[in-house]
Design a binder for this molecule. Structure first.
Ligand code: DC
Length: 212
């Protein structure tokens, strides 16, 4: 069983995916982390993450240590990720790993993957697809709260501008752009809190799961 969750930054996908995985006893893969690790691996060398050769090499040789780096959660990593994510060779290099996880998750029961192209490209046959979204203003507001909560600096206008920039780059790129799969259940969390979003998502998942 594969659950594919896509949507723009800070729509609440990660929290939702983690909670669904825990509730169902499935394994969870945050695919954004792969792109963040590739982006920061390039950025740390001083090169531009948008450099196709450097980024593709980093994606092909991604190591567990790079995936566990402690600078992947910030907005620098998000911007670097969004740049490497537009490079076809980077996406191709990360595809097998994501599909392998989806079809043979470590726990053997099922997998929840979240990202931008899970329901459209990585797992187009996933039986359960969710597209989690919210207004850009609400997403920026949540992101500011999250950053401040982690003791980081955050200015609402800057976060909003960067989010718009990242939305545009993720949606406009030629390969695997951010778009809802035709058969995805669209969940708009603008006016929902995390518990309400989770209840709606779980209700949808249960409605699609074969009764046992
Ligand atoms: O989900 P996130 O914010 O951690 O993702 C960071 C960036 O990585 C995002 O702006 C676009 C890219 N990404 C992608 O292109 N495809 C995915 N499946 C996941 C992330």
């Amino acid at each position: 069983m594969i659950i594919a969750i896509d949507g723009p930054a800070a729509a609440g996908k990660g929290t939702l995916a983690r909670r669904l995985a825990a509730a169902l006893g499935f394994d969870y893969l945050d695919t954004g982390l792969l792109y963040r690790a590739v982006g920061m691996t390039v950025a740390r060398t001083g090169a531009d993450p948008a450099d196709p050769a450097m980024a593709a090499a980093a994606a092909r040789h991604l190591t567990p240590a790079e995936l566990a780096a402690d600078d992947l959660r910030g907005d620098d990593a998000a911007q670097a990720a969004s740049k490497v994510a537009a490079i076809p060779a980077v996406r191709a290099a990360l595809l097998d790993f994501q599909r392998g996880f989806a079809h043979a998750p470590p726990g053997g029961r099922g997998a929840v993957l979240d990202g931008r192209d899970i329901g459209t490209v990585v797992c187009p046959d996933a039986p359960i697809k969710l597209f989690v979204t919210a207004s850009v203003e609400k997403r920026a507001e949540r992101r500011v709260k999250e950053l401040l909560g982690r003791g980081l600096e955050a200015i609402q206008e800057t976060v909003l501008a960067e989010m718009r920039e990242r939305d545009a780059r993720d949606s406009m790129r030629a390969v695997a752009p951010l778009v809802a799969a035709q058969d995805a259940f669209v969940l708009d969390t603008t006016d929902l809190d995390a518990d309400q979003a989770f209840a709606a998502a779980l209700g949808f998942v249960r409605s699609r799961q074969p009764a046992d």
